[in-house]
Design a binder for this molecule. Structure first.
Ligand code: GRG
Length: 321
């Protein structure tokens, strides 16, 4: 089996952070805070978070905050719950959540809860179980879950459960591994995992493994490295990870490493499938997947909070290492 080229992936992430004018960085401009979360969490999992300047990161994050308390994807962009979680997660990595007026951020998130317990992503009202997860994860990290009606939030998530055991975006929506992560993660954080039929969901999730070892997000689809996170974290949370072949999955992720670019120059990064181009999103979810597989040299990640375990222990349990 190929080995994890950790040093090259760190270089790849650091080089992406510096790029300002490339085609890719322009495409990523509106989701810069998400990108910061993917890149910096990758560095932390690989033990290299100290290669970045904390004050610079904190200042960039704070510049994305809107007067409502929410965060935009970049400086001057409208606030959305998607970027608000990334902002809190990035600050959490550096033990800097206290630079925030946590009450204000929590009020922004809590203000997006609807009467039926669901969450909108922003003032324009789109509803999705992604936003339920984000609200719950974000408020838990801010110690402000008391600001929402948790019972209604859980009830809404359960209304998105399908007969195949999976979950969709809204009631009746097709089961998809990404939404399943969100629903299972939110139920895990709120202590409601007993509401899941673990065998039924575990069966649907383990059927996502294809012959090559990789995982897809729903039936008949191609495997993609990012599902190493969405599927595997869900299987771990419901205690059914032994239902897939972990070794084959690790091999698939390692085969997606891009170690040389088109000009045969040393590169780094992980792609969606072998021989494709790499990006920060797949690099993060590939490394995070290997972390869930307990790959040597990669720090353990928490499957519900999607942050390194030591960060979650520090914030949620108050344990300093
Ligand atoms: C903190 C990890 C973390 C997440 C925050 C934004 C979010 C909460 C979760 C997103 C969950 C999700 C829906 C992931 C799926 C992303 C994805 C690869 C979608 C592609 O969907 P299709 O239909 O691809 O284009 P398939 O693979 O089905 O062909």
């Amino acid at each position: 089996m190929a080995e994890l080229a950790a040093r090259k992936h760190v270089q790849f992430i650091l080089s992406k952070a510096k790029e300002k004018d490339s085609y890719e960085s322009v495409l990523m401009e509106h989701i810069r805070l998400n990108g910061a979360y993917w890149g910096l969490t990758t560095l932390d999992l690989l033990g290299k978070l100290d290669t970045v300047d904390v004050n610079e990161v904190v200042s960039e994050v704070l510049q994305c905050q809107h007067e409502s308390g929410g965060f935009g994807g970049n400086i001057g962009h409208d606030p959305h719950i998607l970027y608000t979680l990334s902002a809190v997660q990035v600050l959490a990595l550096f033990d800097k959540v206290d630079v925030l007026d946590t009450e204000k951020v929590a009020n922004y998130v809590a203000g997006l809860q609807n009467e039926d317990g669901s969450f909108s992503g922003d003032m324009w009202g789109e509803v999705d179980t992604r936003f339920s997860y984000i609200a719950i994860c974000c408020l838990a990290l801010l110690h402000h879950l008391d600001k929402i009606n948790v019972e209604k939030a859980v009830y809404y998530i359960l209304s998105c459960k399908n007969h195949d055991g999976g979950f969709g975006c809204t009631p009746g929506g097709e089961s998809h591994a990404g939404q399943i992560f969100c629903c299972v993660g939110a139920l895990a954080i709120t202590g409601s995992l007993h509401c899941i039929d673990k065998d039924l969901l575990g069966w649907w999730l383990c059927e996502r493994q294809v012959k090559a070892g990789g995982l897809n997000g729903r039936p008949e689809k191609l495997p993609d490295v990012c599902y190493s996170w969405w599927v595997l974290s869900s299987l771990i949370m419901i205690d059914r990870v032994h239902w897939i072949n972990k070794e084959k999955l690790a091999k698939f992720i390692l085969d997606c490493q891009v170690l040389h670019n088109l000009f045969d120059i040393e590169n780094g990064g992980i792609s969606d499938r072998p021989d494709d181009a790499c990006d920060a999103y797949h690099t993060y979810f590939g490394v995070a997947g290997l972390s869930l597989l307990e790959y040597p040299g990669v720090k353990p990640i928490d499957p519900a909070y999607a942050l390194p375990v030591d960060v979650v222990n520090r914030i949620i349990l108050g344990i300093k290492e």
